[in-house]
Design a protein around this ligand. Structure first.
Ligand code: PLP
Length: 341
C-alpha cells in the first residue's frame, strides 16, 4: 500500500467515506470529453438539471477485491458497463462506451489503491458509477448536457459473523410499474422504495418482498436484491419478470449452480403462495453477495425456508464459491475477472 489511511478495516460498514479521487467526464455538444480524476467530491450543476426534477439519472454498483497475493481485481465490470447502456438508452441519455467505463473504473481503483481493504477482512472497495442529466432546461425533455462519474468507498462485509438469515415481509406497494422502469437501474425506482423499506423495518423485518406489479402473486425482488430459491429437488430457481432488475450476482449464481454444483437452473415464475417448493432461499446482489432468507411473512403467516437462524447448506456453498471467485481464491469462469494493473 502506497499510503497509510486511518481506517479500521475490521469494522467498516456501508457508509460514505470521502476517498481521494473520483473520475468525472462531461458530455456537451454531442460528445464526451476526455474524462479525468479529481479530488473535489462536490459537483456544481444548474438548478434546472433534469436529474433534479425529472429523475434523468442512472447508476451502477460494483466492487474491487484485494486478493491473497495483494493484487486487486474487479468482478464482471463489463456487465455493469453493458447494463448502464440499457439504462442510458431507456432514459435517452448518451452512451458511455464500455471500454471507457472499464478504464475509468480501473483508474479510480488505482488512484485510491490504499483504500482497498486488506485480503481476509471480507471488506472491499465499492465503486459507484452514475450518470446525470444536467444543464439549463425547464421542459420535460432530455438534458442538453450530462455528467458521468465514478467514486469509491471502502465497505465492510455485509455479515460480520458469517451468513446470517434475515426475515422479510411483503410490501403493500409496488416498486415499479408493469412495462415500466423496474428492469433498469434508474434513480426513480429507489425513491419510491424508501417508504416500503421503512414500513418493513418498523415491523421488524430486514426489508420487504416486492411482488410482480401486474398480478401481485409472484415474487419480483427482495428489497434491492434478486430472489433465488433451492427446490426440494435441488434445482436453482429464480423469478422471470420484466420488472426485475437484472442482477449480475444472480446471473453469476445461475452459472455457478449449473457449472460448479451441477444443478438444474430455471428462470420462471415464483408464486408467493407456493413457497413450500423451496427448502432454501436467498437474496443476491453486489452489496450483500447473498443474504440467506430465513422466512417471508405473507398474509399474517410466516413461511420459514431452512431455518430462521442458520444458513442452509446449498446457499452456503453458493456463497463460498462466488465470494471465492471474487477474492481470487476459486478459479473463475473465463472473462469474469479484471485484474487492476
Ligand atoms: C443493483 C440491484 C440489484 C443487484 O444487482 P447486482 O448486479 O447483483 O449488484 C438487484 N435489485 C435491484 C433493484 C438493484 O438495484
Amino acid at each position: 500500500m502506497s499510503k497509510d489511511v486511518n481506517i479500521d478495516w475490521e469494522n467498516l460498514g456501508f457508509n460514505y467515506i470521502k476517498t481521494d479521487f473520483r473520475y468525472i467526464s462531461k458530455w456537451k455538444d454531442g460528445k464526451w470529453d476526455d474524462g479525468k480524476l479529481v479530488t473535489d467530491n462536490k459537483i456544481c450543476i444548474s438548478e434546472a438539471s433534469t436529474c433534479l426534477h425529472y429523475g434523468q439519472e442512472c447508476f451502477e454498483g460494483l466492487k474491487a477485491y484485494r486478493r491473497k497475493d495483494g493484487k486487486i481485481q474487479l468482478f464482471r465490470v463489463n456487465k455493469n458497463a453493458q447494463r448502464m447502456k440499457t439504462s442510458t438508452d431507456k432514459l435517452l441519455m448518451p452512451e458511455f462506451p464500455e471500454d471507457k467505463f472499464i478504464d475509468a473504473c480501473m483508474q479510480v481503483v488505482k488512484a485510491n489503491e490504499h483504500y482497498v481493504p486488506p485480503y481476509g477482512t471480507g471488506a472491499t472497495l465499492y465503486l459507484r458509477p452514475y450518470m446525470i442529466g444536467v444543464g439549463d432546461n425547464i421542459g420535460v425533455k432530455p438534458a442538453p448536457e450530462y455528467i458521468f462519474s465514478i467514486f469509491c468507498v471502502p465497505v465492510g462485509p455485509y455479515f460480520k459473523g458469517g451468513l446470517t438469515p434475515c426475515n422479510f415481509n411483503v410490501a403493500d406497494y409496488d416498486r415499479a410499474a408493469p412495462r415500466g422502469t423496474g428492469g433498469y437501474k434508474v434513480g426513480g425506482n429507489y425513491a419510491s422504495s424508501l417508504q416500503s423499506h421503512k414500513l418493513a423495518a418498523e415491523a421488524g423485518f430486514a426489508d420487504c418482498i416486492y411482488l410482480d406489479p401486474a398480478t401481485n402473486t409472484k415474487i419480483d425482488e427482495v428489497g434491492a436484491a434478486n430472489f433465488f430459491g433451492i427446490t426440494k429437488n435441488d434445482e436453482f430457481v429464480t423469478p422471470h419478470s420484466p420488472s426485475i432488475l437484472p442482477s449480475i450476482t444472480r446471473i453469476s449464481l445461475m452459472q455457478i449452480a449449473k457449472d460448479y454444483l451441477h444443478m438444474p437452473v430455471y428462470e420462471r415464475e415464483v408464486f408467493i403462495d407456493k413457497l413450500d417448493e423451496f427448502k432454501e432461499a436467498g437474496a443476491c446482489g453486489t452489496a450483500a453477495v447473498i443474504t440467506p432468507i430465513g422466512g417471508i411473512e405473507y398474509k399474517g403467516k410466516m413461511h420459514v425456508f431452512y431455518d430462521e437462524k442458520e444458513v442452509g447448506p446449498v446457499v452456503k456453498e453458493l456463497y463460498r464459491i462466488l465470494s471465492g471467485i471474487q477474492f481470487g481464491d476459486v478459479e473463475a469462469p473465463e472473462g469474469w475477472i479484471y485484474v487492476v494493473e
